[in-house]
Design a protein around this ligand. Structure first.
Ligand SMILES: NC(=O)C1=CN([C@@H]2O[C@H](COP(=O)(O)OP(=O)(O)OC[C@H]3O[C@@H](n4cnc5c(N)ncnc54)[C@H](OP(=O)(O)O)[C@@H]3O)[C@@H](O)[C@H]2O)C=CC1
Ligand SMILES: O=CCCC(=O)O
Length: 293
């Protein structure tokens, strides 16, 4: 008999991940704050839980993919939340990108009710999520990690078990801090090339043949030079990750001036109303700064 799995949060990532689990034969019960977003999943075989608590009541394992710390906490601790139905033997796997404090609070609450907790943020965006090619950065209860491998094998191309709760969150924030800084350097390079009278497309070709070639430049460069920022990774989430990574560094006195500057550009982009666009829309902010200086 197929295993009943819960899935909370059907945004860009959650929808793709839940779809893959369904297609690979898992019986899924889904919930999303905006319940209408469950309809597409129902069409391909999912059941709907009216609340996070209802999903956890029905399922031995529940996976969450939510926007940020406040969403992750609300879904667990609020009325009709996950915690109300966590009992001994239930597993809760939070794959959202959050900070150590958030993950630790959730872990303590779940384990104090006898449940098992795993944080498992992911590297990889919309397309890898659709293709089941994410990189999973798990930490927490090792036994739950082992039980979750059948899900992770569907969702990702590689899973890491990083030890105690917090290590997955930390690793994810380090990776996204590097990514956000790279996106800013890339945007500045595109502007400098353009203002220097160089062809942007030629710059992309040159970059792709050299030592700093990477999948992100290759994927985002062509759409950025067309001013196309259809969201794969929303800019507001990248800014959240820069903010959380800077706080991670702040707590242990790690100086990160490059990341701090990149964070300012993402904040500026949010203030320009670009938060729901792809994070590559920070390019618009870098362009805008030239006009205003
Ligand atoms: N997109 C990407 O490329 C990647 C994203 N991530 C991370 O994955 C997580 C999800 O990202 P993504 O799918 O892109 O984000 P989306 O913005 O597309 O989806 C966010 C989800 O969180 C839900 N949500 C937001 N606030 C609340 C709340 N207060 N209570 C309950 N649910 C809430 C939304 O519900 P509703 O539909 O009702 O708004 C939606 O289901 C984030 O932590 C992000 O940083 C990680 C790797 C890649
Ligand atoms: O958190 C988002 C990461 C996006 C990516 O890894 O491409």
């Amino acid at each position: 008999m197929a295993m009943e799995v819960g899935f909370l949060g059907l945004g860009i990532m959650g929808k793709a991940m839940a779809t893959n689990l369904l297609r690979k034969g898992f019986k899924l019960t889904v919930w999303n704050r905006t319940l209408s977003k469950c309809d597409e999943l129902v069409e391909i075989g999912a059941s709907v839980g009216e609340t996070p608590a209802a999903v956890v009541k029905k399922c031995k394992y529940t996976i969450a993919m939510l926007s940020d710390p406040s969403a992750a906490l609300s879904v667990v601790f609020d009325t009709d939340g996950v915690l109300e139905q966590i009992v001994s033997g239930k597993g809760y796997i939070d794959m959202s990108t959050v900070d150590v404090d958030t993950s630790s609070k959730i872990s303590e609450a779940i384990t104090s009710r006898g449940g098992y907790f795993l944080e498992a943020p992911v590297s990889g965006s919309k397309k890898p999520a659709e293709d089941g090619q994410l990189v999973i950065l798990a930490a927490g209860e090792k036994a739950l990690y082992e039980e979750a491998i059948p899900f992770f094998d569907v969702l990702g191309k590689k899973s890491f078990f990083l030890g105690q709760v917090g290590n997955g969150a930390k690793m994810k924030l380090v990776v996204n801090m590097i990514m956000g800084s790279m996106m800013n350097a890339f945007s500045e390079g595109l502007v400098l090339a353009d203002r220097s009278g160089l062809d942007s497309k030629t710059l992309l070709d040159v970059l792709d043949l050299g030592a700093i070639a990477n999948p992100m430049f290759k994927l985002k460069g062509p759409t950025m030079i067309q001013n196309n920022y259809s969201p794969a990774f929303p800019l507001k989430h990248q800014q959240k990750d820069m903010r959380l990574a800077l706080a991670q560094g702040d707590a242990i006195s790690v100086s990160m001036p490059v990341a701090a500057a990149a964070n300012e550009a993402f904040k500026k982009a949010k203030s320009m109303g670009l938060g729901d666009l792809d994070f590559s829309a920070v390019y618009e902010t870098v362009k805008h700064l030239q006009h205003s200086s």
